[in-house]
Design a protein around this ligand. Structure first.
Ligand code: IVH
Length: 671
């Protein structure tokens, strides 16, 4: 196949698959079988491997098919989503059991389930297809988040043939596994974003996102625990769980049938200890009467069923001594305080440290004093949290702990931006952990992925004075004799390292941009910026307004970019990197015109569109011979307007009598 043919096929397949993704995620009306979709995706994947020069960063092979929805629609629940009564001790459970016995006698069973700590979700299936996902909301009505729900792998979008009814609702809990939580939270703090406090917040924050591609990037799971149908299909809850498992739903295997309250108490005691070995958080046990007609007999209060109750675990809490508060400085200069504790056993592990989050936690919330005795609990986080201080044990005359005023690494006075919780060290040019952190980020797998170079090597190279800036890495070959003499690295590893550095010069611009470590510029944002601005020069010259006009770039990110390039030393560093041959221009995609139908016509795209991003519309126009202009003038042929077009622009276009068309009308011009 010739390069031109390959390029055309790649473009055609990408466009087709993007349309299928849109049909699937947004319209929920796929026009292609999953199998055929996967085959086309694989075909595109192969072509992109063979001709990487034509592979688009936004290709369906690299992006999970998500779309921006504009807002959530409120949906009324067919069956209200009630909550459960809570108990925290055995006595209350025994009383619950007595109430049930009084109402229905002794002949019944309980189902015990884990109480997953996430957010509840109601899924509607029609003719075996997932048609709706709705949050609990206020119990009567919730947010329709179907697009996001579709990104959860364990939720079937379409059921295999089976004996399920034409219409049913199934409810369960959406949650995030602890490992994913740790990984993604680290990614957030690495990018200078605020960490989520626990997996539940992360899961519910994720479900409320408007960008389903971002939702898809954050792996969520869902356990189902309740079936709702017009006609009763099963005699017991247990049977219904077995059945829905057979229909393809993710049902937790830890549930048990218990013949009496003693069995329930055994189950609770077992999980009170064992819960720490699960890969997700649970906050208790749910106890349900198994038989549906007995459930009906017991009925509901206004808020919750009388046939079920939840037993909430007490968080395991221990007392220990605060030895010292230490401070870590990240690559962005943010300072994080950490409590060093006298080692103590908590929930099966020895705890030596606790997070303190920020200065207010120390001086306002906990009012920590030296050698305080503190209560420590383990929540969703792997690192535990200090809950409070045992004031009875405060050492008389102990000094209050004051937050540091100067950087623990370089002694520069710390600063705090208005409205932000974290103090930071502004000495990004001279503060060792920041310098090393930035280089470690640059060489990391997700950025330049430099073979033969790891975090410890950066430490050594920095402390021996070989590298101080990223650009110094590209002059390291000049020092190969000294490196060899140092005796710290073998000849082979030095050569590997230098080879890896040399090869990294071919990494695409978006990786370089991400690697530069600008605050708030994560991987996805870097891709968006490169797609929009194409070159570093365009990006550096962009105004706040031009930056926020790019797809998904908000004011906070735009300001961070402006601040970064306002610093002369950053510009000098970029010039050096350019001179070493790093990529600062988007990979050129030779545009083969899809048509010439827009030749001689010029366009401005303004506002937000439901179906396409602005960059996608721009590509459509350019691929059909049209031109994009940056401001409205009499020469302009059309304004392509979405929602929320600026009123000034609208007025100007109307004054000049320039036709204002929708994205659909634009497509009509090229069909
Ligand atoms: S059954 C009528 N089963 O706990 C209530 N709920 O406080 C039906 N939850 O909103 C709920 N695990 O978000 C049920 N195995 C489980 C659960 C569970 C977690 C959550 C759910 C519900 C809340 C009730």
């Amino acid at each position: 196949m010739s390069a031109a043919e390959a390029q055309q096929q790649i473009q055609e397949l990408s466009a087709e698959l993007k349309q299928h993704n849109y049909n699937y995620y947004v319209l929920a009306m796929p026009t292609i079988a999953d199998f055929d979709f996967d085959q086309k995706l694989e075909q595109l994947n192969q072509l992109e491997k063979e001709f990487p020069e034509f592979a688009d960063a936004d290709s369906p092979t690299k992006r999970v098919g998500g779309f921006i929805t504009k807002e959530f629609v409120t949906v009324k629940h067919r069956w209200p989503m009630l909550s459960l009564g809570n108990t925290y001790n055995e006595q209350e459970l025994v009383e619950f059991d007595q109430r049930i016995r009084k109402a229905i006698g002794d002949n019944f069973e309980y189902v015990c389930e884990l109480k997953f700590d996430g957010l509840s979700m109601s899924l509607t299936y029609e003719h075996g297809k997932l048609v709706r996902g709705v949050t609990r909301g206020d119990g009567t009505q919730g947010d329709e988040v179907t697009t996001n729900v579709r990104t959860i792998h364990s939720i079937p979008k379409k059921l295999d043939k089976g004996d399920y009814p034409d219409l049913f609702e199934i409810r369960g809990e959406v949650f995030m596994h602890l490992k994913a939580f740790e990984r993604l939270n680290k990614e957030r703090t690495d990018n200078g974003e605020v960490a989520y406090a626990n997996p539940r917040n992360f899961a519910s924050g994720t479900m409320k996102l408007q960008d389903s591609a971002e939702v898809a990037r954050r792996p969520l799971d869902c356990f189902l625990y309740g079936l709702y149908t017009e006609k009763t299909l099963f005699k017991t809850h247990w049977e219904s769980l077995e059945a829905v498992k057979g229909w393809g739903f993710h049902v937790d295997d830890h549930s048990r049938l218990c013949s009496d309250i003693n069995g329930v108490l055994d189950f609770i005691n077992h999980w009170d200890k064992e819960r720490f070995n699960l890969s997700y958080d649970i906050d208790g046990i749910v106890i349900k009467v198994n038989n549906y007609s007995q459930q009906q007999e017991l009925g509901f209060t206004s808020k919750s069923p009388r046939w079920a109750i939840s037993y909430k675990f007490k968080a395991e809490r221990v007392e220990t001594e605060l030895l010292q508060v230490s401070y870590q400085v990240g690559r962005t200069g943010a300072v994080t305080p950490v409590a060093n504790l006298k080692p103590v056993l908590l929930a099966g592990t020895t705890v030596k440290r606790a997070t303190l989050h920020n200065a207010d936690e120390i001086t306002e919330r906990l009012k920590l004093h030296e050698h305080d005795t503190v209560y420590v609990e383990k929540g969703g986080e792997i690192i535990p949290k200090i809950i409070s201080v045992n004031l009875d044990k405060r050492v008389p005359g102990a000094k209050a702990i004051e937050y540091i005023t100067h950087c623990p690494a370089c002694d520069t006075a710390l600063l705090r931006n208005e409205g932000e919780a974290a103090w930071y060290c502004p000495n990004d040019e001279g503060c060792p952990p920041q310098i090393m952190g930035k280089m470690q980020h640059f060489i990391g797998r997700k950025a330049m992925n430099i073979d033969g170079l790891g975090d410890e090597t950066i430490d050594t190279l920095y402390s021996r004075g070989f590298v101080k800036h990223i650009s110094d890495l590209y002059r390291l070959h000049e020092h190969s004799a000294e490196l060899k003499q140092m005796g710290r690295f073998g000849e082979k590893s030095i050569n590997n390292m230098l080879d890896g550095i040399e090869k990294s010069k071919q990494m695409p611009f978006e990786k370089v941009l991400f690697g530069m470590g600008i605050r708030y510029i994560g991987e996805t944002v870097a891709k968006k910026l490169v797609a929009h601005f194409k070159t570093i020069n365009n990006l550096m010259a962009a105004s706040l307004e031009e930056l926020t006009a790019a797809d998904e770039i908000g004011g906070r990110i735009a300001q961070s970019i402006i601040d970064y390039f306002a610093d002369e030393s950053h510009k000098e560093e970029i010039e050096k990197l350019k001179s070493h041959g790093l990529q600062f221009i988007a990979e050129e995609k030779e545009v083969t015109l899809a048509s010439n139908k827009l030749a001689g016509q010029s366009f401005i795209i303004s506002g937000v569109f439901e179906t396409f991003s602005r960059d996608e519309l721009k590509d459509i126009i350019e691929q059909n011979g049209g031109k994009i202009l940056s401001s409205i003038s009499a020469k302009l042929s059309y304004v392509v307007a979405g929602d929320n077009m600026g009123p000034a622009k609208l007025e100007k276009a109307q004054k000049l009598n320039i036709p204002i068309i929708s994205d659909k009308e634009l497509l009509d011009l090229i069909i």
